[in-house]
Design a protein around this ligand. Structure first.
Ligand code: NAD
Length: 297
């Protein structure tokens, strides 16, 4: 079992750290938010007072932070991970961030002789709690093999996506598909209703036809057809509007950087931008149905 330093004990990091503890690992965690540290203590982890304290004795460092700027700060600043980690420590960042930051921080780690993986996840808070996340991992094959048993304590699928940054590339490509597909299901449901076709009937037909996709069959954005979907509980998240907007923005930035054509990804980003407000940003991303299903001009 490994000594693990865990940075970022929020909605995702908290339950991920708890699953590592359940699997028998020794976890020292840091988060600036007192309630997050308290949850780690309740789960049986050791609370560290700083990044340095969490990382100093660790064999593996895991981070689950909001955005690229937080990852840069935690790893690169004075007193941060790269300054403090002992030789041989394996670094794994599970946050969803831009490919460029992931590659830059991994290169800085390599310059200090430390192996670093980008390992963003799919599966949300439910998957983090149940230990059923999918990890998409970028970095050296040898580091990936070292990380695999640690990640398996938190997930059901651990997939090597190629060199550094490719985990983030996989994540933003996947979430761009998800955002576009969710909007397509919302549009179809709205059109069906106006044509006099019940949501439930379209669901029964399309879930067995070529329009079938996860946004329809597992996460249906209208109440009724999939009782477990957020639409049945006032669109309580789940995966928030703010997060979908963030991931679509990352996809657009990446597309521009490499000259890829993503017209529907661009449109999906614009629609989530339009929908995201103070009131809606914390709702589940399937709540965009309330905008798309509204009255046409
Ligand atoms: P969150 O805001 O709940 O948690 C992030 C935590 O990081 C916070 O508790 C914050 O205090 C902490 N933090 C910030 N700076 C820190 C530092 N320097 N050291 C230690 N801790 C620090 O966010 P979350 O929902 O847990 O998401 C984390 C990441 O996972 C994001 O990149 C997000 O896009 C990604 N993600 C989230 C979901 C989801 O459904 N919530 C799903 C897949 C991926």
């Amino acid at each position: 079992m490994a000594r693990i330093g865990f940075l970022g004990l929020g909605n995702m990091g908290g339950p991920m750290a708890a699953n590592l503890i359940k699997a028998g690992h020794d976890v020292a965690g840091f988060d600036p938010v007192p309630a997050a540290r308290e949850r780690l203590a309740v789960a049986g982890g050791r609370v560290a007072g700083s990044i340095a304290e969490a990382v100093r004795d660790a064999e593996v460092v895991l981070s689950m932070l909001p955005e690229g700027r937080h990852v840069r700060a935690a790893y690169l600043e004075a007193g941060g991970v790269l300054e403090v980690a002992a030789p041989g420590t394996l670094l794994i960042d599970c946050s969803t961030i831009d490919v460029e930051t992931a590659r830059a921080v991994a290169a800085a780690a390599a310059a200090r002789g430390l192996a670093m993986l980008d390992a963003p996840v799919s599966g949300g808070v439910g998957g983090a709690t149940a230990g059923t996340l999918t990890f998409m991992v970028g970095g050296e094959a040898e580091a990936f093999e070292r990380a695999r048993p640690i990640l398996e304590a938190m997930g059901k699928a651990v997939i090597h996506a190629g060199p550094s940054g490719n985990g983030q590339a996989a994540k933003i490509c996947n979430n761009m598909m998800l955002g576009i597909q969710m909007i397509s299901v919302c549009e179809a449901m709205a059109l069906a209703e106006k044509l006099g076709l019940a949501h439930q009937t379209l669901f029964e037909i399309s879930s067995k036809s070529s329009g079938q996709c996860w946004s329809l069959t597992s996460y249906c954005p209208v109440p009724g057809p999939v009782p477990s979907s957020p639409a049945n509980r006032g669109y309580a998240a789940g995966f928030t509007v703010a997060m979908m907007r963030k991931d679509l923005k990352l996809a657009q930035e990446a597309a521009q950087a490499v000259g890829a054509r993503t017209p529907l990804g661009a449109e999906a980003y614009q629609l989530y931008n339009l929908f995201a407000s103070e009131e809606t940003r914390g709702l589940d991303f399937s709540a965009i149905m309330t905008m798309i299903g509204g009255k046409a001009d």
